[in-house]
Write a protein that binds this ligand. Structure first.
Ligand SMILES: Cc1cc2nc3c(=O)[nH]c(=O)nc-3n(C[C@H](O)[C@H](O)[C@H](O)COP(=O)(O)O)c2cc1C
Length: 381
């Protein structure tokens, strides 16, 4: 027996498992082509985490993946409401911060000193996402005829008609039933309900209360669960709650094909669930990430995080300096509470993660049907 749900037919995949679109740095280390293609080739859906990438890099990645697989894959971007950044040039955004929030800039400069990190010029890949930039990302994805697009944050009204016009299916993340309904009204094909436990930008409602509410609100649109799933137990639970599949981030982030810095992998491997905290310090929007040295310093500063994209510009200064010194462990990668379940043995090929998850879920569902069901009225005990 193997698992097969309506999601498999909608996306043209074998297992109802999607590798989450994860964007973190501008180089795309969280979802390199090797990872995306490995997941798609193994019968799941691999996703490029395109959100922080410049449009040209997204195009390059799409083409690299097309060379590695002829199976379906997708790109995830975000469509947040962005506080007005003057341009894509980080130096101009920095000037705004200097004028309007000098205390934040002083904090970052002092922190660089305390961490003994050399300030660096913005690297070539650094840019500030503006609405124009997001629209250019979308244009590339549609020009390249990527089969699946996911919208990780923000509104889908502008995106869905454009994607559907070229035959691209749209999935969208939500953290409440209200957001799910808004995506449903916009015509998205699959809703991804993401719980509190998830890594990266996420909401404040946990999956157990969230999923049935979203399923009820958007029926018959299929729902996929994101957050806290790393094996077949989580997949079987998601299906029991009425979903048709799962969208997994942290478990693939830790896998062999992800290209994150070894220090980050170490944080995920040794981190306990409680080490992955939720706040607005990395980007200006609520997100879950490892509580690293930089995060602890922000907490101690008493400074309120700036709005997106300005908070991200400040953290980028720290990131670039930390990367130049090869001391990225002071920064923090987003990660979910499920990291607490994942030790060194979780660093393995993504295809193995996917196949084991699917097979374990199938086994659990079968065992539950045969083990927990008795004829009505039969003697028990
Ligand atoms: C490193 C990292 C980066 C992420 N970046 C994005 C992103 O750019 N867009 C998005 O839709 N979700 C992003 N997320 C959230 C994931 O898509 C997904 O919902 C989440 O990882 C699921 O929870 P899990 O980590 O417990 O599996 C990110 C998550 C992580 C761990």
């Amino acid at each position: 027996m193997k698992l097969h749900t309506p999601l498999c037919d909608i996306l043209g995949i074998e297992h109802p498992i999607i590798q989450a679109g994860m964007g973190w740095d501008k180089h795309g280390s969280t979802t390199p082509p090797a990872l995306v293609a490995a997941v798609s080739n193994a019968g799941g859906l691999g996703m490029i985490g395109g959100s922080p990438m410049q449009p040209d890099l997204i195009r390059e990645r799409i083409r690299a993946i097309k060379a590695l697989t002829d199976r379906p894959f997708g790109v995830d971007i975000t469509w947040p409401r962005l506080s007005e950044a003057p341009s894509a040039d980080p130096r101009q955004a920095r000037d705004v911060i200097e004028r309007e929030h000098p205390g934040h800039l002083t904090f970052v400069q002092n922190l660089l000193g305390e961490l003994a990190l050399e300030p660096q010029e913005p690297d070539k890949a650094s840019w500030v996402k503006t609405l124009d930039g997001v629209r250019r990302q979308l244009a590339v994805i549609l020009e390249e005829q990527v089969p699946i697009l996911a919208i990780g944050l923000g509104d889908t009204a502008e995106v869905v008609p454009q994607a559907h016009a070229v035959g691209t299916k749209v999935m969208a993340l939500c953290g409440t039933a209200r957001q799910a309904l808004s995506h449903a009204r916009n015509g998205v094909d699959v809703i991804i309900a993401q719980g509190y436990e998830a890594g990266g930008h996420t909401g404040r409602i946990a999956n157990f209360p969230l999923i049935p509410q979203v399923v009820d609100a958007v029926r018959p649109i299929p729902v996929v669960v994101a957050g806290g799933i790393a094996d077949g137990r989580g997949l079987a639970a998601a299906l029991s709650l009425g979903a048709v599949g799962v969208w997994c981030g942290t478990v693939f982030l830790i896998s062999q094909e992800s290209a994150i810095h070894p220090d980050y992998r170490e944080q995920l491997v040794v981190g306990r669930s409680e080490d992955f905290v939720l706040d607005r310090y990395p980007s200006g929007k609520t997100s879950r990430h490892y509580r690293s040295e930089v995060i602890r310093a922000w907490e101690k500063s008493g400074l309120a995080p700036l709005e997106m994209p300005f908070q991200g510009v400040l953290n980028d200064e720290l990131r670039v300096a930390a990367e130049a010194a090869d001391r990225v462990s002071v920064m923090s990668v987003p990660g979910g509470q499920i990291a607490g379940l994942l030790g060194p043995a979780a660093v393995r090929p993504a295809a193995d993660v996917l196949r084991d998850m699917s097979a374990q879920a199938a086994r659990i569902l079968q065992e539950m049907a045969t083990g927990y069901l008795v004829p009505d009225g039969a003697p028990v005990g």
